[in-house]
Design a protein around this ligand. Structure first.
Ligand SMILES: Cc1cc2nc3c(=O)[nH]c(=O)nc-3n(C[C@H](O)[C@H](O)[C@H](O)COP(=O)(O)OP(=O)(O)OC[C@H]3O[C@@H](n4cnc5c(N)ncnc54)[C@H](O)[C@@H]3O)c2cc1C
Length: 262
């Protein structure tokens, strides 16, 4: 059983996976399609890129960062999530109620289309624009138009212990940096609720804590100047390689425009 399974490897899900994996939680990202951001033509409001960047490249680099952090990926569309203790997901879907009593220690089973069921202690829904697979858990979905958002508290926890929601599906504003930030914030709640020993995910210069007589807190790392230069060298190299050539991919068009054009 994994510590955490993140449904959706878009902006929020990838950001969440970087944080949970770096905190040492065994993290699996299941993604069944592509991020809505793949429809963007030029991403120009994501802080850190003065002239913007190709949105598909942003997604590619963020996936690579999640992999480097230790997250694993599985291609698949999640169809149901139910507590491990429930043997028949169809039955629990009918009842529509499995709540706080379904305990954290037991965890959840995630059924995927045509794939093997997956198990995780905690589940993060980061699956804009689909939350149907959460119906068996009765997390509290809110319908607006033809979309179902997931009700969460300010840390991203749903009404069911061990189930969280991040990004647009949690009714956050439809902007990439907000989805990324919310993914990170929800991941911190997941880390807090797990037994991971964690303070902040910070890398600091050697002596920052220890020269004040403070032990390096869990989740933090002190590095010396040689190590800092080495990491900077590696970071510059990978960014230069990534941006050396234009990406041979085009934005995904809205399906209704696509249909009209045919
Ligand atoms: C045309 C367009 C242009 C945009 N341009 C900008 C912009 O310039 N700047 C900006 O800030 N924002 C922009 N956005 C908004 C931005 O793309 C979203 O706000 C952001 O992607 C939301 O992140 P998310 O992680 O919540 O959803 P997504 O990034 O869409 O990720 C959700 C992921 O979940 C997966 N998924 C869904 N259901 C399942 C399931 N059942 N099982 C497994 N996986 C599942 C999907 O395949 C997807 O990969 C744009 C959006 C659009 C449509």
């Amino acid at each position: 059983m994994r510590d955490v399974c993140i449904v959706g490897g878009g902006v929020a899900g990838l950001a969440a996976s970087i944080f949970t994996a770096r905190a040492g939680l065994d993290t699996l990202v299941v993604d069944g399609g592509e991020s809505i951001l793949a429809r963007n033509a030029s991403l120009e409001n994501f802080p850190g890129f003065p002239d913007g960047l190709d949105a598909r490249r942003y997604l590619q680099l963020t996936r690579e960062q999640a992999r480097n952090a230790g997250a694993t990926f599985e291609l698949g569309h999640v169809t149901h999530v139910h507590p491990v203790t429930d043997t028949d997901p169809a039955e629990s879907q009918e009842i529509g109620a499995t709540t706080r009593e379904s305990s954290l220690e037991d965890g959840f089973v995630l059924e995927t289309e045509g794939g093997e069921p997956l198990e995780a202690r905690r589940v993060v829904a980061a699956s804009w624009s689909n939350s149907d697979y959460l119906v068996p858990l009765d997390v509290g979905r809110k319908q607006r138009g033809n979309k179902h958002f997931v009700a969460v508290d300010e840390a991203g926890r749903t009404a069911v212990d061990g189930v969280y929601a991040a990004g647009r599906i949690a009714d956050e504003p439809h902007q990439a940096i907000v989805a990324a930030g919310h993914g990170a914030k929800v991941a911190l709640a997941v880390i807090h609720d797990s037994d991971a020993n964690f303070y902040h995910d910070w890398v600091v210069p050697e002596g920052y804590f220890t020269e004040r007589g403070i032990e390096v807190p869990p989740g933090c790392e002190e590095i010396d100047d040689a190590e800092r230069r080495e990491r900077d060298e590696r970071a510059r190299k990978s960014v230069l390689e990534a941006f050396a050539e234009p990406l041979d991919e085009t934005p995904t068009m809205h399906p209704s425009v696509e249909r009209e054009r045919e």
